[in-house]
Design a binder for this molecule. Structure first.
Ligand code: GLC
Ligand code: CA
Length: 571
């Protein structure tokens, strides 16, 4: 196959369709119940056929898996349960051969308590240079038995944990924004800065095309004791706008990413970065500037209701901010941290019709990005979900997203229309958010259940029929979402994604977007090349303009656009 010009272009990322792989749940080549890199390599033809431009691979590094691999023991190796560096090279080779780029996940805010620098810091004792790479502090109280301040961690419990000193006594406390197994790095320290540059170089040299930067807004800290006055660092709403919050979105963070950009630009094509920064759009744009990472996730559509007015104002605002910084937007509806979007929309649809009581998704997501939905807080069952409407809305929203300028991030399984598994039994759950705060959340495991590749078999083709069961159990109803069935079914979710992605590739050109008299429940915009997208957010069908229908999110569309549906047309 000749290499396409978009694969070779240094701007390949600006409008890429990027598919997120959560490696432990994608494909298990050796049948031990855990997805692996060889499994990804074996599925490259599937990815190629899906029509994506890049893969974003969640952490695959050695880890004690306290937080699904986001607790990294060693940044420059592969978890032996997932594969080897050789497997990584083979996977990259196969992806590149298929003209698919690879973005890997880098976790700079914290490591794991098994990282060698952290164990060295604990062993070296108070006042040692090793401790300066982290945030160690004396406790309060008569013998330091109280944490340095009252801050709480994102997964529940205090943000400080006390260590046992080398002499056996209980001693200092260290800071962790997430679980105690994830100590935060001290980014004022040169060793930390340099070690991350080495890691970025290590993977760039091995063929990584870019980096998704985990908790990008968290690295810089002001641990001045005066900040004790702030009630809880999780309470970020009033504070995150001015660059002065002690742990979120501080102004000096940008020096880090400017340094990274210098390194990225030493490669040809330059490596790219995309910030996971849960900050307002005008602050996200700073991370996304071309002097820094280039892109930052926009989570606003993900948080929005299925509502024309909300969608339009979010799109307008983000397009404006990105253009002002020569960046491009990254749109996303689902990832490994939130309830899958067919379920989210199905829930709001159910609530709308049951008792008229509407769930405001954005409010629920505001302070705690990982809760995903009130449904998660309670532990959901599929009976609460209007799955027909949820699927209709999800397809309509996805078709709209795929027509927007910028890049589109898709999460493994969404191309199958896979719903969230809301009712996993407690004993199989893995997410620290559940263990540390179970009164308030059931955690994120429901979107991380291994994919069904075949309608039959003990793991629905995820692993070997004679092998171990998948590390999270798949419900029986996964059979009806299996890849092999959908490949044979005209109009299936998978075929819809494949068709839409193929058309997007054909039409995607300049990043302009023009609105056409959108009104009421209908949004209508076009892109250069006579590419129109119309979405009906209402329930009632509306007449369509005369023109050529390219694709619809629902079947049987002719001269009317049904409720909860999108079309692409040439007018
Ligand atoms: C990011 C990841 C999430 C993880 C957290 C802590 O938000 O997406 O999965 O738990 O960082 O590393
Ligand atoms: Ca395996």
């Amino acid at each position: 196959m000749p290499t396409s010009s978009s694969f070779l272009s240094p701007d390949w990322w600006r409008q890429a369709a990027v598919y997120q792989i959560y490696p432990r749940s994608f494909a298990d080549a050796n049948g031990d119940g855990i997805g692996d890199l060889a499994g990804i390599t074996s599925r490259v033809p599937y990815l190629e056929q899906l029509g994506i431009d890049a893969v974003w691979l969640s952490p695959f590094y050695p880890s004690h898996l306290t937080d699904g691999g986001y607790d990294v023991d060693d940044y420059r190796d592969v978890d032996p349960r997932i594969g080897t560096l050789g497997d990584f090279d083979e996977m990259v080779g196969a992806l590149h051969e298929a003209q698919i780029k690879i973005i890997i996940d880098i976790v700079p805010n914290h490591c794991s308590n098994h990282h060698e620098w952290f164990t060295a810091a604990v062993a070296a004792g108070p006042g040692s240079p090793e401790r300066e790479r982290f945030h160690f502090r004396e406790g309060k109280g008569l013998s330091g038995e109280l944490p340095p301040n009252s801050w709480g961690a994102a997964f529940g419990g205090p943000a400080w944990t006390r260590v046992q000193e080398p002499d056996g006594t209980m001693g200092q406390w260290y800071f962790h924004m997430f679980s105690p197994e994830q100590p935060d790095w001290n980014w004022d320290h040169l060793d930390v800065q340099n070690d991350f540059l080495e890691t970025l170089r290590f993977w760039s040299d091995r063929g990584a095309d870019g980096f998704r930067v985990d908790v990008a807004h968290g690295c810089a800290k002001n641990m001045d004791p005066a900040y004790d006055v702030i009630r809880d660092i999780r309470d970020i709403t009033p504070l995150c706008l001015d660059g002065q919050h002690p742990t979120h979105d501080r102004d000096e963070i940008h020096a880090i990413y400017r340094q990274w950009r210098t390194l990225f630009n030493q490669y040809n094509p330059p490596r790219i970065g995309v910030a996971e920064a849960w900050v307002p759009p005008h602050r996200a744009a700073l991370y996304a500037s071309k002097e820094e990472l280039g892109q930052a996730f926009s989570f606003e559509l993900l948080k929005a209701d299925f509502n024309a007015h909300q969608f339009r104002s979010i799109i307008e605002k983000n397009v404006r901010e990105a253009a002002g910084h020569d960046s491009s937007i990254t749109w996303v509806f689902s990832n490994h941290d939130v309830v899958r979007h067919v379920t989210r929309y199905g829930l709001t649809a159910h609530q709308d019709s049951e008792d008229g009581q509407h769930i405001d998704v954005s409010r629920l997501l505001e302070n705690s990005p990982y809760d995903g939905h009130g449904w998660l807080l309670r532990g959901g069952s599929n009976a609460e979900v209007d799955s027909d409407s949820g699927t209709r809305r999800a397809r309509a929203a996805t078709l709209l997203m795929l027509a927007l300028p910028g890049s589109a991030y898709l999460y493994q399984g969404e191309e199958l229309g896979l719903p969230e598994v809301g009712d996993l039994p407690d004993e199989v759950r893995q997410d620290p958010a559940f263990f540390r705060d179970r009164e308030n959340t059931i955690g994120r495991d429901g979107c991380r259940v291994p994919l069904p590749w075949t309608a039959t078999g003990t793991s629905f083709g995820f692993g070997d029929d004679d092998g171990e069961l998948p590390h999270l159990p798949q419900p029986a109803w996964f059979a009806s979402y299996a890849v092999d069935t959908q490949e044979q079914t005209i109009g299936s979710h998978l075929q819809f994604y494949r068709n839409a992605l193929a058309l997007r590739r054909e039409f995607q050109a300049a990043e302009e977007l023009t609105w056409h008299g959108s009104e009421g429940d209908v949004l209508h915009f076009s892109r250069p090349g006579n590419w129109h997208c119309l979405t009906n957010f209402g329930k009632e069908a509306v007449p369509l303009p005369a023109g050529e229908l390219l694709i619809g999110s629902a079947g049987g569309i002719t001269d009317e656009l049904p409720g909860e549906a999108s079309v692409w047309m040439k007018l």
